[in-house]
Write a protein that binds this ligand. Structure first.
Ligand code: GTB
Length: 222
């Protein structure tokens, strides 16, 4: 059965690869698994029918053969565990790749997400500049640590894996912040991830949703 994922019907991010369904789309494209999408309005996200699937009223989710999952990382792990291409076959290497998946979501993403939230929600506060410099410092610390481990390698541990997929999707949120400029190897790492044909297809699919929603609202826009 073809899996169905959920995504924003009308993404505040304008389909530019930031909403977290991009991770699931990217993983599916990497392994060549076709999928369907169910697009949800903000009201539908918070309605009981969706909360029965995603307790926090968020996207993305996964439905396939009676299995319902939420949390983008868990969904990517599910995909990676069932198809070749995103996790190494050798047991130790596989565990290390999963370790990088958790590092992306649990260690690197929180300060980046916090910073990004502040730039949206706290921008007009009188103390915003001071707060931003604290948040920038926390992000820089993680970027420095990540860079030291990556060095000149293409990927975090051998071949491209689900760990790189999640790490690149986390770093993508820093684009436009100017912070990656201080870490050229990380900027190149992100570009390498985004240059993958599977990412390009995933991005195009998310962006297509935005274009459709825009033309539904304003047929003259396209
Ligand atoms: N830990 C969960 C996961 O990884 O699946 C987090 C899921 C999550 O944060 N989903 C967000 C959501 O549904 C969308 S991705 N938010 C609606 C809500 O909570 O009410 C976060 C996001 C939102 C918007 C943009 N953007 O506009 O660019 C980018 C990313």
């Amino acid at each position: 059965m073809t899996p169905t994922i959920t995504a924003f019907a009308d993404s505040p991010g304008r389909g530019r690869g930031l909403a977290r369904d991009i991770r699931v789309r990217w993983a599916l494209e990497e392994v060549g698994q076709p999928y369907g999408e169910r697009l949800l309005s903000f009201d539908e996200l918070k309605a009981p029918a969706h909360r029965a699937i995603q307790p926090f009223g968020q996207i993305p989710t996964w439905e396939e053969d009676g299995l319902v999952l939420f949390e983008s990382g868990a969904i990517v792990l599910h995909i990676a565990g069932r198809h070749p291409g995103l996790l190494p076959g050798e047991a130790h290497a596989r565990s290390r790749a999963i370790c990088w998946m958790f590092a992306a979501l649990d260690t690197v993403e929180p300060p980046i997400f916090e910073r990004s939230l502040a730039t949206v929600l706290e921008r007009d506060e009188p103390w915003f500049a001071a707060r931003l410099s604290v948040l920038d410092a926390r992000v820089r610390q993680r970027l420095g640590e990540l860079l030291r481990r990556l060095g000149n390698a293409d990927w975090l541990d051998g071949d491209f894996s689900a760990g790189d997929l999640l790490m690149a999707s986390v770093l993508a949120r820093l684009e436009g912040s100017g912070l990656l400029g201080g870490y050229p190897n990380l900027a190149a790492y992100l570009l390498r991830g985004k240059a993958r044909p599977a990412y390009q297809r995933a991005y195009a699919a998310q962006f297509a949703v935005f274009l459709r929603s825009r033309s539904a609202k304003d047929p003259a826009a396209n």
